[in-house]
Design a protein around this ligand. Structure first.
Ligand code: EPZ
Length: 420
């Protein structure tokens, strides 16, 4: 096990390159199961989550090679069973369900386990597969899907009580690309990662229209072929470094980003009084003397992302005045608040809302990472805290941030990874 020791107080300055998107890479890697032919995917970040996905693909029978950021997958003969010991380590492994059902007309995938960011049901994923003709049974911890007569296009509304579902939309798209007839998804997730998956599938010969809107149309094709694709930049990693710049920076630039995917984050920072300058694929956040407190509500894209909520809480923790953060996607996703309180933050959570009264400075403390984004927020809080912050259970961060310690060090942060 490792921890990250962050020495607070160094002012950050400089540029940092953004890696390829984790949340795009995972479904795109799963989608390679839809063809026997070779797929080459570039800019896949080197993370434990992408490594788990590659392990799952090879256990399913695919031939997988990885050379730095380029992954080659050839899924010649595959089988439809993804057992618990494979899927338990990563909830996103659920996204092999769609491609296995699409290509083999059957799948057996273990139910993913619990998750600290709250209840994460998969009812909408299953509803989507049922709507296009699959029978789905959940028994003994496994989801068993069968469609002996093949899949048939249908109209499906995937909107749930917390809004749209990203991986649920991905799963249905991946199952429907090889179905007979046309599938229309209403209430589809419009996140850039869904668009990236649709672009990848279209480059394999799929016929998907409307990705990036709430209505996606998929016209089934007979088969898909191999392709090459470059994954989009990780907007959450980029946003996290922008927040590092806001919390502890004089001037921090994220490079190789997609500013158009970061509009909600940029606007939130501007409302807090920061200058954010855009230059091609780069965004620069300029520190501001006295940030302004505010209100923030998470929403599906293009709204403010839940995956950036914890990092904004770290900013508000030392922003003069009272800020209110409302989480509408995962109402219980506030584990970081309890840890920030250990660092001296004044905050309370009531239901799905956190009220944060900014203090002039946090103080370093040993804290426990709970999930990926909460951990990142604790590192950000530590950057400007007085003294040393020890972020334990670093494996949470390594799930989703490629070399975060090295990248922060490039900006002048003082931090070290320590084995415990
Ligand atoms: C994706 O998870 C991301 N993961 C999450 O990022 C992200 O927080 C989330 O989308 C929301 O943007 C990946 O892309 C791998 P959802 P996903 O289905 O697709 C409810 C990170 O830190 N829901 O869009 O699993 C659900 O409970 C991770 O990188 C149902 O009710 O999330 C939630 O309230 C964490 N039934 C809402 O929908 C379902 O069947 C949105 O979840 C599915 C979801």
């Amino acid at each position: 096990m490792e921890k990250l020791v962050v020495e607070g107080g160094a002012r950050l300055r400089g540029s940092v390159p953004v890696s390829g998107s984790k949340n795009s890479s995972l479904p795109i890697l799963a989608a390679t199961l839809l063809t026997r032919e070779r797929c080459v995917i570039r800019r896949v970040p080197d993370l434990s989550d992408t490594n788990y996905m590659l392990q799952i693909l090879s256990k399913l029978g695919a031939h997988v090679e990885r050379a730095s950021g380029t992954v080659t997958v050839e899924a010649g003969d595959i089988h439809p069973e993804a057992p618990y010991d494979l899927v338990r380590r990563m909830r996103a492994s659920i996204c092999v369900m769609g491609p296995l059902t699409g290509r083999l007309h059957r799948a057996s995938v273990s139910l993913p386990g619990g998750c600290v960011i709250g209840d994460r049901p998969i009812d909408l994923h299953l509803m989507g597969l049922r709507a296009i003709g699959a029978t789905v049974e959940v028994a003994g911890g496994d989801i068993k899907i069968e469609a002996p007569d093949g899949l048939h296009g249908a109209e499906v509304n995937l909107r749930g009580k917390h809004g749209t579902t990203v991986l649920g939309t991905d799963n249905l798209i991946m199952a429907a690309v090889l179905a007979k007839g046309t599938t229309v998804i209403e209430g589809a997730a419009a996140e850039p990662e869904v668009v990236d998956l649709a672009d990848f599938l279209n480059s394999m010969g799929a016929r998907i229209e409307g990705a990036g809107t709430g209505r996606i149309t998929i016209r089934g094709v007979e088969e898909l072929h191999g392709t090459e694709h470059t994954v989009i930049p990780d907007r959450i990693e980029a946003g996290t470094f922008m927040l590092a710049g806001a919390i502890a920076g004089d001037e921090v630039t994220v490079q190789r980003a997609r500013p158009d995917h970061l509009v909600a984050v940029t606007e939130a920072l501007r409302r807090c009084g920061f200058t954010v300058a855009e230059n091609g694929d780069a965004l620069t956040v300029v520190g501001c003397g006295e940030p302004i407190s505010g209100e923030l509500t998470t929403e599906p894209y293009p709204g403010f992302p839940t995956d950036m909520q914890a990092q904004m809480c770290a900013l508000f923790a030392t922003t003069h005045g009272t800020s209110t953060v409302r989480e509408t996607i995962f109402p219980q996703r506030f584990m970081h608040i309890a840890e920030m309180k250990r660092m001296g933050a004044h905050a309370d959570v009531s239901g799905s809302t956190a009220v944060i009264h900014g203090v002039p400075r946090l103080s370093g403390a040993p804290v426990m990472a709970s999930d990926l984004r909460a951990s990142a927020a604790l590192v950000l809080a530590g950057l400007s805290a007085e003294g040393e912050t020890e972020v334990n259970r670093l494996y949470h961060i390594d799930r989703g941030y490629e070399h975060i310690d090295e990248k922060l060090a490039m900006l002048g942060a003082r931090l070290r990874r320590v084995k415990v």
